[in-house]
Design a protein. Sequence first.
Length: 96
Amino acid sequence: YMATGGGDSKVKIFDLRMYKEVHSYKTYGGAPTCLDISQTGILGIGHGCHSTFWRPEALKVKMKEPYMKHQLSGKGPLESLRFRPFEDVCGIGHAS
């Protein structure tokens, strides 16, 4: 699976075996600026001052809600979101 983020505030999930879009998720608080998939399949998305995390099943089927949400109020937009290799530890970089 591959995840892409666009200026239309959508994160689209593609199945690369079939070369087609499977489904998409709408972000709130701004367009996605960074995303990463952990080695266990958790999808992390940074958008505005928010970050959302989706369970591995969210790549295969459309989920209703994210697994976890986090807001960095007053820190400006998120600039980077990366998972540490071999773990589900996520680092988030922001503008301030």
